[in-house]
Write a new protein. Sequence first.
Length: 132
Amino acid sequence: LLEDDPLDIGYSTPKLLFSVGEDGLYQVGGQTSQVQLVFSLPTVTPRDKELIYEMTPSVETLQKVVITSHSVDPLLKLEGYVYLWDQEGLFGESFGMAIASEPLKGELAKGVFIITTDGSLFYRQIPLDHPF
């Protein structure tokens, strides 16, 4: 996917803070110390898990983030990835990824984002019925 078509380009991303339990807050977007690779989707299926793993380059300094509309089954989580639950719709609203029509209104659309250390954005939205 990311190799076949040019990515859309955004500009300065907002700095979003997500609560991550006992560990405090996790920042997505804005200026960060590492490039972030972010996957958004309504929920993670076994096939999505495989595709996310296959699409992720093996770069140690890359922050790997999965943001979903619902909590993720621990068996479907990949090691080394941060899983964030967009339960308040913060990511969906800020990044234009909230689905506006029924029956999935409010759910996150599928997308892949690269957010650089200065907050620049490169992304691709993906139809829900297509795998990553």
